[in-house]
Design a protein around this ligand. Structure first.
Ligand code: AVJ
Length: 322
């Protein structure tokens, strides 16, 4: 691990898994009878840029709604979480949401965690400039693999902030494992503030992942560019198509990349065959009912606390204690 002190109050730890792991995970997914690629691979610098464009789309209500909830309820959220302590954010991206809570929460340490290193570093630097009183310890790592954070101070209350419905990327069984890791991390007196997308009309969900400007399609296709660059592959982006739909029985949006023809693609020296119409499953975005989510969190060792919603019942920000 490499840890650098960049400024008196900003420290950066690089725990990103090696390139070899990326390649073997890609290959393993493509060897399956139903080809799959993990959504965590979306976030190269171009993927980060496209994701931020998605967040501003009229159809993509999630980000806007969560920001409205955090803005409106910052004070009661701060009361519930308590001031001070360490605030750990998973999938912190541009750290735009935590900014809405920092003044009310006044944590001693903010630890943004993200897989996109460059983006994380840039966001942390900006945050350090805007909040000179705040200690920032950024950690670039893949939180879906292991949940061991560097240099967590002992004896300080820890809260994990996990916004954006990123939990939706995990199969319920995997989500429970991740939440259990978080619960262990924040014990004995910490908690979890998590944002998740609520079940709703399928047409609204479907539109959010099939925007009219085609940004989500670009975001999805950019994954192939990431694989080309990082796993020595030769995917032809013109021969795959974005496909997203709500899988009602499973309660999730599925994103796929559909092969437009019968073709072969070489990835790290191995040849993969795609039938005409065959797809690569690139993302799940699970949607939950509030009770359904509480049950999941209880199974992971959490006790439900307060929750905040928007007026239209689109999105939920929920606090859980351990
Ligand atoms: C960042 C995983 C919450 O699932 O809504 C947005 C990613 N994919 N549009 C989501 C995403 C397509 C997003 N998460």
């Amino acid at each position: 691990m490499r840890t650098e002190l960049l400024e008196p109050r900003l420290c950066f730890s690089d725990l990103k898994p090696p390139q070899a792991d990326f390649r073997s995970e890609v290959i393993e997914g493509l060897r399956r009878p139903r080809k799959t690629l993990s959504p965590k691979f979306f976030y190269d610098p171009e993927g980060c840029r496209l994701f931020e464009a998605i967040c501003d789309l009229p159809e993509y209500y999630l980000t806007r709604t969560e920001i409205a909830i955090l803005t409106e309820h910052a004070d009661s959220i701060a009361q519930t979480l308590g001031r001070g302590g360490t605030l750990i954010e998973l999938g912190s991206g541009n750290s735009r949401k935590v900014r809405l809570l920092l003044e009310a929460l006044k944590p001693d340490v903010y630890m943004p965690v993200d897989i996109a290193g460059q983006h994380l570093l840039a966001a942390s630097r900006e945050l350090a400039v805007d909040h000179p009183w705040l200690n920032i310890h950024a950690a670039c790592l893949d939180y879906s693999r292991h949940f061991e954070l560097p240099f967590l101070p002992e004896g300080q209350r820890k809260t994990v902030f996990f916004p954006g419905s990123s939990i939706g990327n995990f199969e319920p069984a995997e989500a429970e494992i991740l939440l259990r890791g978080i619960a262990r991390c924040v014990q004995p007196d910490g908690g979890l503030l998590i944002g998740f997308d609520l079940k709703k009309d399928a047409a609204v969900l479907q539109a959010a992942y099939n925007d009219s400007a085609g940004v989500t399609a670009q975001f999805n296709l950019n994954l192939l560019r990431c694989i080309n660059a990082g796993a020595a592959a030769n995917f032809d982006l013109g021969r795959f198509r974005h496909h997203a739909f709500f899988n009602e029985p499973k309660g999730r949006i599925e994103m796929h990349l559909r092969s437009e023809s019968h073709q072969r693609v070489v990835v790290a020296g191995e040849t993969f065959e795609f039938l005409d119409g065959e797809s690569i499953h690139t993302e799940n975005s699970y949607k939950y009912g509030i009770e359904e989510f509480r049950t999941l969190a209880r199974h992971a060792g959490f006790e439900p606390g307060r929750c905040w919603r928007d007026r239209n019942g689109l999105f939920c920000v929920h606090y859980f204690g351990v």
